[in-house]
Every structure is written in structure tokens, then in C-alpha cells.
Design a protein around this ligand. Structure first.
Ligand code: NAD
Ligand code: DAU
Length: 381
């Protein structure tokens, strides 16, 4: 076995939204590090998210499943991996409601398979230098009322969806492997990320793509559910701080200090797209179906639809522990992060068209049809 080296990273879920942003961020931040980028390439994983990164010779892509324990052990040994950053998961709450099984398989069984491999390789006959960082979510803490304090690390777990329950189970397994076997772990629980490479099933990119095609914007319930929006690069910086300065066995919450009701997000997105069409006549030529191409308001597409079952009302993160211990602070305001995101999607039409293939379209059309009562209203470009 190659001697384990903390500078050799295995990043799971590397071709997903946050994983790919993290690989880009970390390669730029740490020029001496090497990354094995592992991903099963489910509907949410795309090689295009890592385009150009292999050329410099510091990143190797491996298509594989975290549930394949033999493969996990081989990768750890063959590449002398000393750090795992574990993103791989089924991540979309709506999908966990229509089909929970995959969430149990990947998020619980898959995380356990990775923990077992890490234990076998790092804590076998010889103990090797190592770190297992687990990426989790604020959803494990449940739902807040309007006046409740934000989620702190000590909050009780009260997961409400099959997705958050599966993430909670994985968090407990990570904790147990530290407590029982001495595996050197850290965990981060963060709020809603947004930014480049986010798959267009999540609120912001879905609304964006629908606006550009003049499709209805399905707002669940009364649109007043609140999320704490975190620009993905800020999340990646938070994880890097934990890897470099975090205390073993600790949990850190990472947030964006940006609580907003969904309807405010959608209205702002509409207004910013209208403003960009007004500035750039080329957009009307590219996206003739958009209301702004005809001098109409994007907000005219807003359609209130049946609520998500069990829909959590409010999430908010108290990130004071990461701030005081690690010096974490989000660099982007909502205004700057949002503007960057919109401009990225407008500039990367080929990317989002490429990832929205047939299987994705058919899922989204069935899933959203029941909310709007009209398949046409639900469909995407
Ligand atoms: P994503 O769905 O965009 O990406 C997940 C990636 O994991 C995909 O590339 C997929 O192919 C891969 N994957 C799935 N099953 C796999 C398996 N069995 N083996 C190997 N790879 C597999 O998700 P994301 O939004 O990038 O989220 C990444 C992590 O961050 C997840 O653990 C999620 O729970 C957590 N998280 C996400 C957010 C958010 O706002 N997106 C917020 C908090 C926490
Ligand atoms: O809080 C962190 C979590 O954020 C992560 O753990 C999850 O992986 C990630 O998917 C995200 O979960 P949410 O359910 O909050 O994100 P989503 O983008 O699906 O929805 C955001 C809010 O917008 C939520 O209140 C539901 C609402 N919504 C969503 C969609 C897709 C709508 O109103 N309409 C929609 O079409």
C-alpha cells in the first residue's frame, strides 16, 4: 500500500453540484494536493462538471459506487489516500418522497460502506494518518418556527423527510465510527447551496430554466417557506477550513446568513432576468419563449401549486462555532452570489441543456404534473 498522505484526497460525489465546486476550489487553494474524484454518475452526476481539471495531472476521475467496499479499499490503498471528503448522496427531497429506497441505499448503506473501508485501511495493523470529512445538511435538525433561534450544533435531530432521515442516519454512523473505533472524523451541516453546476431540479436553477422557456414557475404552498441561502464557494471554503483547522470528532454548522422566503427568491430571480434581457438584446434572440423577450414580466409565470408533503417551514443556521473556531465567514452577499449565479447560467446554456437528458425530463414531468394538474405546465425546456 502507498503510505497514506493527508494531501491525497478522495472526494466522493465529485461530479455532483457541490462536489465539483469543491474539487475546483481545493485544487486552486492547495497546489500540492492530489484528488481522486469518485462518482457513480447517477442522473445528478456529470463529467462535464469536472471538465478541464484532469489536464493538469492532479485530479483523476473514477466512475464507481461508494457501496462497492472492495473498490473503496483499493482506491484508498492504491492512491495513498489520507483524506476523504464525502459528498456522494441522493440529495433531492422531492425524489425522496416519490422513491425513498435509493436514499437508504446510498446515504446510509453507502456511507457505511465508505466508513468500513476507511477503518479497514487506516486503522488496520498499522494506524495511518487520516481524516474522514462527512458533508451533511441542516435538514437533520427539523423545521423552525418563525421566532425560533437558528440551528446550533447541539440541536436535537428531528429529520422530517426520507432524505433528511437518511442523512441523519449517516451522521450517526460517522459519529459512532469515531466514538467506537477512533476514526478521525469531522462533520459539517450546511444550509441550501446555490451557484454554478447545480442540477436544474432544485429551486433556483429550475426556476431559471423555466423562465427562459416561458414555463410556469411552480411555487409550493404559500411560498413562505424560508431557507438560508449559501453560495457554494462559501460552503467549499468552510469545508476547507474544517479540513485544515477543525477539531477531530466535531460538528460544524455552515450557513450563509441569508434567510429568505421562497417567493422572494423567485420574484428576485424574475426581476433580475428581466433586467438582463433589457440590457442585452441578444438574450431575446436566444430565448424567444421567455416573457422578457416579448416585453412581459417573468413574474407572470409564477404559479402556486400543491405543497410538498411534510414541507419544512424554515431553516436557519447559527454558524458562530465555525466563525469563532475556524474564522469562517461567507464572502458573498445574497446580491453578489445571486448575480454570479444568474450570469453563470446565462453563459452556460450548453451545460444545462446537456445535463437535462431524457430520463430527467420524464421524471420531472411526472413529478410536477400532479402539482400543477397540467403536464405542459410542469415540463421543462
Ligand atoms: P448532487 O445530487 O448534485 O450530487 C450528488 C453526487 O453524488 C452526484 O454526482 C451523484 O452521481 C453522486 N452519487 C450518488 N450516489 C452515489 C453512489 N452510490 N456512489 C458514488 N456517487 C454517488 O448533490 P449536492 O447538492 O452536490 O450535495 C452534495 C452533498 O451535500 C450531499 O451529501 C448533500 O446531502 C449535501 N448537502 C447539499 C446541500 C445543497 O443545498 N445542495 C445542502 C446541504 C448538504
Ligand atoms: O437545507 C439543505 C438542503 O437544501 C439540502 O440538504 C438538500 O440536498 C437540498 O436539495 C436543499 O433542500 P430543499 O428541499 O430546501 O431544496 P429545494 O431546492 O428542493 O427547495 C427549496 C425550497 O423551494 C423548498 O422550500 C421547496 C421550494 N420549491 C422547490 C422546488 C424544486 C418550490 O417551491 N418549487 C419547486 O419547484
Amino acid at each position: 500500500m502507498a503510505e497514506s498522505n493527508r494531501s491525497h484526497l478522495l472526494v466522493t460525489g465529485a461530479a455532483g453540484f457541490i462536489g465539483a465546486n469543491f474539487v475546483r476550489h481545493r485544487l486552486a487553494l492547495c497546489p500540492h494536493e492530489r484528488i481522486v474524484a469518485l462518482d457513480a454518475l447517477t442522473y445528478a452526476g456529470n463529467r462535464a462538471n469536472l471538465a478541464g481539471l484532469e489536464d493538469a495531472g492532479r485530479m483523476t476521475f473514477v466512475q464507481g459506487d461508494i457501496r462497492d467496499g472492495g473498490l473503496m479499499e483499493r482506491l484508498l490503498r492504491d492512491h495513498g489516500i489520507g483524506t476523504i471528503v464525502h459528498f456522494a448522496a441522493e440529495s433531492h427531497v422531492d425524489r425522496s418522497i416519490s422513491g425513498p429506497d435509493a436514499f437508504i441505499d446510498t446515504n446510509i448503506v453507502g456511507t457505511h460502506s465508505l466508513l468500513k473501508a476507511a477503518r479497514a485501511v487506516w486503522l488496520g495493523a498499522t494506524r495511518h494518518a487520516h481524516r474522514f470529512h462527512h458533508v451533511s445538511t441542516d435538514e437533520v435538525y427539523g423545521s423552525l418556527g418563525a421566532g425560533d433561534p437558528a440551528f446550533a450544533e447541539e440541536n436535537q435531530y428531528q429529520p422530517n423527510s426520507p432524505y433528511s432521515a437518511s442523512k441523519a442516519a449517516s451522521d450517526h454512523l460517522v459519529r459512532a465510527y469515531h466514538h467506537t473505533f477512533g476514526l478521525e472524523v469531522t462533520t459539517s451541516n450546511c444550509s441550501n447551496n446555490y451557484g454554478p453546476y447545480q442540477f436544474p431540479e432544485k429551486l433556483i436553477p429550475l426556476m431559471m430554466v423555466n423562465i427562459l422557456h416561458g414555463k410556469p414557475l411552480p411555487v409550493y404552498g404559500d411560498g413562505m417557506n424560508v431557507r438560508d441561502w449559501l453560495y457554494v464557494e462559501d460552503h467549499c471554503r468552510g469545508i476547507s477550513l474544517i479540513l485544515d483547522r477543525g477539531r477531530i470528532g466535531e460538528v460544524y454548522n455552515i450557513g450563509g446568513n441569508n434567510e429568505r422566503p421562497n417567493i422572494e427568491i423567485v420574484n428576485r430571480l424574475c426581476a433580475m432576468i428581466d433586467e438582463r434581457f433589457a440590457r442585452d438584446p441578444g438574450l431575446a434572440k436566444r430565448f424567444g419563449g421567455a416573457p422578457a423577450a416579448k416585453g412581459e414580466k417573468s413574474a407572470s409565470l409564477i404559479t402556486y401549486v400543491k405543497d410538498r408533503p411534510g414541507h419544512d417551514r424554515r431553516y436557519a443556521i447559527d454558524a458562530r462555532k465555525a466563525e469563532s473556531e475556524l474564522g469562517y465567514r461567507p464572502a458573498e452577499t445574497f446580491e453578489t452570489g445571486f448575480a454570479k449565479t444568474i450570469d453563470w447560467y446565462l453563459a452556460n446554456e450548453a451545460w444545462w441543456r446537456g445535463v437535462m437528458d431524457g430520463s430527467y425530463r420524464s421524471w420531472i414531468e411526472t413529478n410536477y404534473a400532479h402539482r400543477t394538474g397540467s403536464p405542459a405546465a410542469a415540463s421543462v425546456a
